[in-house]
Design a binder for this molecule. Sequence first.
Ligand code: ARG
Length: 569
Amino acid sequence: MKSQKEIIADALYEYLGVSQDEVTATLEYPPQPELGDLALPCFRFAKTLRTSPQSIAAEAADRLQQSGQFEAVEVAGGFVNVHVRRNKVTSSLLSDAAVPEHLFSKQRHSGHTAAVDYSSPNIAKPFGVGHLRSTMIGQAIVRMLRADGFTVEGINHLGDWGTQFGKNIVAFRRWGDENAVRKTPVKELYQLYVRFHEEAKQHPELDEEARLWFKKLEEGDEEATGLWNWFIEESLKSFRQTYRLLGVDFDHFLGESFYNDKMDAVVEELREQHLLVESDGAEVVDLSQYNMPPCIIRKSDGATIYATRDLAAALYRHDVLGADHLIYVVGSEQKLHFAQIFKVLELMGREWASNSQHVSFGMMKYNGEKMSTRRGKIIYLEDVLQRSISEALKIIEEKNPSLENKEQVAEDVGVGAVIFNDLKTYRIHDADFRYEDVLNFDGETGPYVQYTHARACSVLRKAEAAGYTSATAAAAEGAAPLIDSEWALVHHLSQANEFFERAVDGMDPSIMARFVLDLCHRFNRFYHDAPILTAQPEIRAVRIALTETSQRVIEYALYLLGLKSPRQM
Ligand code: ARG
């Protein structure tokens, strides 16, 4: 159904001489309820209409009044303040809410395909808390884009190629223990790698050895290839466990090595287009005109690098996977890299490259401190999740010892706490991680949202047991006027689509996280102020319907963010 903003826009756009969308975008939510539910500031129309904002407001108010669709319309200075018919808004909310997805999305992007590159950890290196951000922001973006109509190809661009594998091979051959690697592959391989760097300080000949092993790997040497494959296999086992716990999935695991046989074509094309120049024996694309350092395509020893593979990957995503939007969820330290890639694609005449986007994000700090991945000082995500789950279990044991399914709920809550903490921060900002904060049931946390959802479920269970039904949309329209806390809830729920579109347009899940937090605050105030099951039947039915809608909307918003919604906690 049409939103109140759309109804106002329909009534006014012709008079104001702008599009409906422009009217919608100009409408504001007034800070105080006395000023109405929606306000139209008329200042920006004064120039084109050649009259004062006050008289525009007066004319606009007249037109809105005549439409007969609103409770009251007032002029205040250059503003029109609109009081909506609250029961009507409630009724249209209830009729849309049957499928919660429809409250959020208008499927604006159907017919388009987006390739979303997220998580993309490196083989034989730990999946640190920092990689969590890419994984969870990426997963949320995938779900939001799908909801908005995109066909999405979710891609894990594993770091499975590069000279470091020469070092991994040397370290394993010299000091490695097969059983230890099988037991905790990533930790063990990473420790070997750290050891390599330490020993190479004393014994620089190790670097030469590593170079030779990488060369063997490139040439398809059996031992080198065998070890490399095994590193990938073991690392993937461990990554997959983490993904299972996080509830994250991908449509494709296409590591960097997948592009090894697709690189010559890229280099050839760049050469034919006269984009390659020589620089100290290396082949590069000069980007000085665009104030960027050159993009290195082939090093002086002939080897291709990270950037070359990203070019090949971009062509693959467009040409083979059919993507017209390329999205990369990668930390802000790779800003220059992606700016270079997008520029080179543009120089190669790929117009679709202008739809590429580097969705970057701030760093994850741990108890306020930056983590250092050098020197092996790293926090393993797996450990963080396990500890969060066991802390959640402790809390459940305290609060609700007789709960069925405790282990599963503790997992949903413990993991959800970590994910929500990550997503609620505006993505560009650094995120901080503290167990006390992320698991606080009264804070702005995953557990708080999940708990509110479980509370709504519990009301609905009781209503069902008592045989109480919820109000239909038509019944809600004719019901008694809403009290303030009911309206505050309805008003927010009916903005789901606005929040959703802002989250998609800004590629920022934190906007959805804010939406659901505010929804929970409002639901809890409503729950506190308005007796539900003991109210008289007509009012009770409306309150049950609002509880049901809140429950569905919280559950759906949490799904978009990648959290589970347990029904009991
Ligand atoms: N493996 C890289 C890293 O951990 C991230 C890869 C991001 N994706 C890409 N297409 N470059 O830093």
